[in-house]
Ligand binder design. Structure first.
Ligand SMILES: Nc1ncnc2c1ncn2[C@@H]1O[C@H](COP(=O)(O)OP(=O)(O)OP(=O)(O)O)[C@@H](O)[C@H]1O
Length: 594
């Protein structure tokens, strides 16, 4: 029964803890005490920018997509709200209704602008967002009868009590608080972790069953809506808007606020936004140099503190690792996590052939994996072991042959479908998210087990809270099982290579896999660690999981496997019980040596 875990810490409401947010909010609420309306203007602007950046942060900071033309959505939101409130195309609307419509338009536009990210990488995607910014400005200029063209249009007029500087400030602050809560909730949910996984370890994300298109679509809708709301508020603040109000510098400000704030953080980009809004105001002569200023700040951050403001204020990063760090797997926790799973049907590969150009990596391979059995796959370098594992886990699409779980054929070339079928894997080189904690890395393995929708996560509804508690409890059990629970709270990039291998196994166990595919798990481990690994694999199979073990450590293979297949040049050279294989003449001459 999963769930029996040692006392779990209370989770912070927002990544980074709630206290800094409350302090900032207290300061923001008290700002009118200054009595200075100039400050009201600056702070209102910062709040509005943050409404946009909070959403953009999920795209840029969490998912790592270079959306640099986000001013387009601010422009779209500003014009949609203003045009609807003015009644230029439809009957005049109350400003809040116009703002809600702008949010809907922004969500759709956010999705349209974002979709190329599914195909285009890095700069190409950045260019499409910039292109969209140009299109929106050109439409605003050309569609004179609705937008006023170059002359512009009045912004929406928000009624009392929002019709004065401080009233409007509080309105924008309210939206900023909502933006923080929604974005923060997404960030600390399995969706936020999945975004970071897509950014830093895309293949591991696929193996965990994370669907990049569906996830990014949700985030683009959300960020688009937030940006458009920011646009409507921006138009209200300006009272009158022309296309010139929406400069490229603004787009840069949004983008750089996320970067100097720190990837994968909410507090950092919030502080980044406030800083970038304030800076040209505090040092007034610098205002004309703002673009240069942003560029210099960006360079300084990238060179001096690559983790941004978030890394500077994250004291936990510097916490000392425990001195005694032996990896001591605990089988009892494994029982609590896996239970005794009902036996899965056999996993069969029939006549698999896969070639890369003229090279036959696998050449007519038949293989059967059975529940509860450790199946060793060995052979010389380049014999096709990893390729076989990649075919089973859906990364490669063979030219011939079939793959089935019992009678059900498994789709080829669809790695993200395997997690749902209970097939988990590890990688020859561990695919870990270095900036996330060990616990978060393991929780990513259970992403598909969550029930709450993106919207439920955004609002932190009961199903989301239950998902999170269950995932965390399971991840702690998985870490206990592999013997790493003492490192749960540390950033994964502080761990040693051998520890990362066990983190990968813990992440795979989150799926309670019917089949577990291990790609050279003993590489780089000490003799004692290999012995413990062997015991752990045995225990895992004893709970009903079928294990495919690709390994070069012959002793480990012959020690723990029930069945061994030897590959050579993509074909089966020998197979059978370990003792038979070990005595096989051709295996000795081709692989084991005398
Ligand atoms: N993506 C690819 N493109 C082209 N050739 C590939 C690709 N992946 C593997 N190969 C080739 O296919 C053959 C089988 O490779 P594979 O990685 O499966 O071998 P392996 O048995 O796992 O070797 P090792 O023990 O060194 O990991 C090798 O000759 C390799 O160079």
């Amino acid at each position: 029964m999963p769930g029996a875990v040692p006392a779990t810490r209370r989770k912070p409401l927002l990544p980074g803890g709630l206290l800094p947010f409350l302090l900032l909010l207290a300061l923001a609420i008290a700002l009118p005490l200054t009595g200075n309306e100039y400050w009201a203007l600056i702070a209102t602007r910062a709040a509005i920018y943050w409404v946009l950046v909070a959403g953009l942060n999920l795209i840029v900071g969490f998912a790592g997509q270079l959306a640099i033309g986000y001013v387009a959505l601010l422009t779209l939101g500003a014009y949609t709200t203003s045009v609807l409130a003015a009644g230029n195309v439809l009957p005049e609307m109350p400003p809040f209704l116009a703002l809600a419509c702008a949010a809907a338009v922004g969500a759709v536009a956010g999705l349209v602008v974002g979709l190329p990210a599914l195909r285009l990488r890095t700069f190409y995607f950045a260019m499409t967002t910039l292109g969209f910014a140009t299109i929106v400005t050109q439409v605003a200029l050309a569609w004179q009868e609705v937008t006023g063209g170059g002359i512009g249009i009045s912004g929406p007029y928000f009624p009392a009590p929002f019709d004065n500087a401080w009233g409007f400030y509080y309105l924008c602050l309210g939206f900023a608080v909502i933006a923080t809560l929604l974005a923060g909730n997404v960030g600390r949910s399995r969706f936020g972790r999945a975004l970071i996984a897509i950014r830093d370890a895309e293949v591991a994300a696929e193996a965990a069953g994370i669907s990049k298109p569906a996830l990014l679509a949700c985030v683009f809708l959300f960020a688009g809506a937030m940006a458009a709301v920011a646009g409507g508020l921006f138009a209200g603040l300006q009272t009158y808007i022309t296309p010139e109000a929406f400069t490229f510098e603004l787009s840069l400000l949004f983008f750089i606020a996320v970067l100097i704030g720190g990837r994968g953080s909410v507090l950092g980009p919030l502080l980044g936004t406030v800083l970038l809004t304030l800076l040209p105001e505090i040092a007034a002569p610098l205002a004309a140099w703002s673009t240069l200023l942003y560029a210099v700040m960006l360079l300084a951050i990238v060179l001096a503190v690559p983790g941004g403001i978030a890394a500077l204020i994250d004291m936990g990063r510097r916490r000392r690792l425990p001195a005694d760090r032996a990896i001591l797997p605990r089988p009892a926790a494994l029982g609590a996590l896996l239970g005794q799973r009902p036996a899965a049907p056999p996993l069969r590969l029939r006549g698999i052939a896969l070639h890369f150009g003229g090279l036959r990596a696998i050449d007519g391979l038949d293989l059967v994996l059975r529940p509860g059995e450790v199946h060793g796959l060995i052979g010389p370098n380049g014999s096709g072991k990893t390729t076989t594992l990649n075919v089973i886990s859906g990364y490669y699409q063979p030219q011939q042959g079939s793959l089935a779980l019992g009678e059900a054929p498994l789709a080829m070339g669809r790695p993200e479908s395997r997690a749902g079928q209970g097939i988990a894997r590890t990688f020859q080189t561990p695919r870990i998210i270095g900036e996330a904690t060990v616990l978060q890395n393991v929780m990513i393995g259970g992403t598909v087990a969550g029930h709450a929708t993106f919207a439920e996560a955004m609002l932190w509804l009961p199903r989301q809270a239950a998902d999170e508690a269950r995932l965390e409890a399971d991840a702690r059990l998985a870490l206990q099982a592999v013997g790493l629970e003492a490192l749960a709270g540390f950033r994964a990039d502080r761990l040693q290579h051998s520890e990362l291998r066990f983190v990968e196994i813990a992440r795979a166990l989150m799926l309670r896999p019917a089949y577990l595919l291990l790609d050279e798990p003993a590489a780089g481990l000490s003799a004692e660690e290999i012995r413990r690994l062997g015991q752990l694999i045995r225990e895992i199979s004893a709970h009903g999981t079928g294990v495919l073990l690709v390994e070069h450590h012959a002793d480990l293979i012959f020690d723990i496997c029930g069945h061994v297949t030897v590959l050579n040049l993509g074909r089966v050279l020998a197979e059978g019980r370990p003792a038979e294989v070990r005595a096989h003449k051709e295996v000795i001459s081709a692989y084991l040596g005398a």
